[in-house]
Unconditional design. Structure first.
Length: 451
C-alpha cells in the first residue's frame, strides 16, 4: 500500500521514520485543518469509511466534527495519506517542494512546515516535526515570559498605587484623628455644661416635687369636699326620681281615663255610621279605583315579557300590620317577586305560584290585592283565570309594569293605606313619593311561606 501511494504521489517512497513522542498539539491541529481542506477534493470512494459521513461538510465543520477521525486515518491509512499529500502538493506546491527537498524556507512558520512534512513524509520529516514542537515550546515559553513580565509590571504598578493609597490613607487618618481630638474637647466642654444644667435641673425638680406635694394636699381637701357634695346631690336625685315616678303614675292614670273616653266616642261614631248605612240602604261599593286604570286584562294583552330584580328581605310581621289597616290595598310587582323567590321556574309557573299565594293571603286578611305583570314583551297573550280576591293586570304595549304600578297608586284617594311590594328602588321611591308604603319583595315571599 505504501508503494502504491508513493506511485500516486509521483514515485516517491515514504520514509519509515516514526515519531518518538506525541505529535505537538499545534502541529496536530494544523494537520487536521490541511486534511479537512484536502478531503473536499476527493470522491467519497477515495475516502476511508469513517470519513465518508463528513464528505459534504464544510472544511470548518469537517475539522470540528471529524478531526479525530481524520488524524487517525492519516496515521493508519497510507493510501489516504498519499492522496491527501497529492492534494497538498497541488494547493501549496512551493512549500511542498521545499519540504520534500529538505530545505524548507527559513521564514516559513515551523508549525506549517511540520504539518506539511507530517503529511508528505519526506526523509527526515520526524526531525522537522520535532523541531516544530521545540519551536512551539520555545514560542510558548516566550509568550509565558512576556505574560509574566506584563503581570510583574502590573503588580508593580498596583504596589505603587497601593503605597500611594496607604500614604494618602495615613494622612487622612491623621487628619481625622486631629479632628476627633478637637471634637472630643468640644464634647467635654458640652459635658461640663450639661452637668451644670443637670444640677440646676435637679434643684428645680426638688422644688417642683415640694410644690406637687402641696397641690396634692389641696386636691385631697377639695376631693373630700366634692365627695360630700356628691352624696348630697345623690340624695336630692333620689328624692327627684321618687317625685318623677309619682308624677308618671298620675299621668298614666289620667291618660287611661282619656283613652277610655276617646274609645267610647269612637264606638259611638262607628255604631252611628253603621245605623246610617242601614237606614239609607246603601249598597256595597262595587267599583274600585284600580278598576278605572286602563290596562290589559289576562287573555287580551299584547305579546311582551319582563325581568325583575330582587333586593333584601325583612320581618314579615310588618306586612301583617300594614294589611290589618282598614281598606288596605296591596299592589304587587309580580315578576319582581317571582324572580326573587323562584327564578328557575318558567314564567307561567311563577305567575301561578304567586297568584295562589296571594289568594290565600287575601282570604286571610280581607285586603284588596292587585298583582301587576309586565306585558311589554310577551310573545303571546296570557290565558289565566285570576284567583278569587286578586286582581291581575298586565301593562299595555309601550308601558312597563313600573309605570302601571305608579298609576294605580296615584288613582287611590289620599289617606287610603296602599302597600306596594317591589324591590325595584325606582318603583319604591316613586310610590313612596305618591303616598304609598313600599316594602321589599323578600318580605312578601317570607309572609307567603308562612301560609
Amino acid at each position: 500500500m505504501e508503494e502504491r501511494g508513493g506511485a500516486e504521489s509521483g514515485g516517491r517512497v515514504p520514509s519509515d521514520e516514526v515519531l518518538d513522542r506525541p505529535l505537538p498539539e499545534k502541529v496536530r491541529r494544523r494537520v487536521v485543518a490541511l486534511t479537512g481542506e484536502a478531503v473536499g477534493g476527493l470522491t467519497v470512494a477515495e475516502l476511508p469509511a469513517p470519513l465518508r459521513q463528513y464528505a459534504r461538510f464544510t472544511p470548518q465543520r469537517r475539522t470540528r466534527f471529524g478531526g479525530n477521525a481524520m488524524a487517525a486515518a492519516l496515521e493508519s491509512d497510507p493510501v489516504f495519506r498519499q492522496r491527501i499529500a497529492t492534494r497538498l502538493r497541488e494547493q501549496a506546491a512551493e512549500l511542498a517542494r521545499a519540504v520534500e527537498s529538505g530545505t524548507p524556507p527559513a521564514a516559513a512558520d515551523p508549525v506549517e512546515v511540520a504539518a506539511t512534512a507530517y503529511v508528505l513524509r519526506p526523509p527526515g520529516w520526524s526531525k522537522l516535526v520535532a523541531a516544530a514542537g521545540e519551536e512551539a515550546k520555545r514560542a510558548q515559553a516566550e509568550q509565558v515570559e512576556e505574560e509574566t513580565q506584563e503581570e510583574l509590571g502590573r503588580l508593580r504598578e498596583e504596589l505603587s498605587r497601593a503605597r500611594a493609597s496607604a500614604r494618602s490613607e495615613a494622612e487622612r487618618s491623621r487628619s481625622e484623628a486631629d479632628a476627633a481630638r478637637k471634637e472630643l474637647e468640644a464634647v467635654r466642654r458640652k459635658l461640663r455644661s450639661a452637668q451644670s444644667d443637670v444640677k440646676r435641673g435637679e434643684a428645680a425638680l426638688r422644688k417642683l416635687r415640694a410644690e406637687r406635694e402641696e397641690q396634692r394636699s389641696a386636691h385631697a381637701a377639695e376631693k373630700a369636699a366634692g365627695d360630700s357634695e356628691v352624696r348630697r346631690l345623690k340624695t336630692r336625685l333620689a328624692d327627684s326620681e321618687s317625685a318623677l315616678e309619682a308624677a308618671r303614675r298620675a299621668a298614666r292614670e289620667g291618660r287611661s281615663v282619656e283613652d277610655m273616653r276617646v274609645r267610647l266616642l269612637l264606638d259611638t261614631v262607628l255604631d252611628a255610621a253603621q245605623g246610617l248605612r242601614r237606614e239609607l240602604a246603601l249598597p256595597p261599593a262595587e267599583l274600585r279605583p284600580a278598576d278605572t286604570v286602563e290596562a290589559v286584562e289576562p287573555g287580551r294583552m299584547s305579546p311582551q315579557d319582563v325581568a325583575a330584580r330582587a333586593l333584601s328581605e325583612t320581618d314579615p310581621a310588618l306586612l301583617d300590620q300594614l294589611l290589618a289597616l282598614p281598606q288596605a290595598h296591596l299592589v304587587v310587582d309580580g315578576y319582581n317577586v317571582t324572580k326573587t323567590g323562584y327564578p328557575t321556574m318558567p314564567l307561567d309557573k311563577q305567575r301561578l305560584r304567586l297568584l295562589g299565594g296571594l289568594a290565600v293571603l287575601a282570604a286571610q286578611t280581607g285586603a284588596e290585592m292587585t298583582c301587576v305583570f309586565d306585558g311589554a314583551e310577551l310573545a303571546a297573550p296570557v290565558l289565566l283565570a285570576p284567583p278569587r280576591g286578586v286582581r291581575v293586570l298586565f301593562s299595555k304595549p309601550g308601558q312597563t309594569a313600573d309605570e302601571l304600578i305608579r298609576r294605580l297608586v296615584r288613582a287611590e284617594p289620599p289617606g287610603r293605606p296602599v302597600v306596594v311590594v317591589s324591590s325595584d328602588r325606582e318603583v319604591a321611591d316613586g310610590c313612596a313619593a305618591a303616598g304609598a308604603r313600599p316594602v321589599a319583595s323578600a318580605l312578601l315571599l317570607r309572609r307567603l311561606a308562612r301560609t
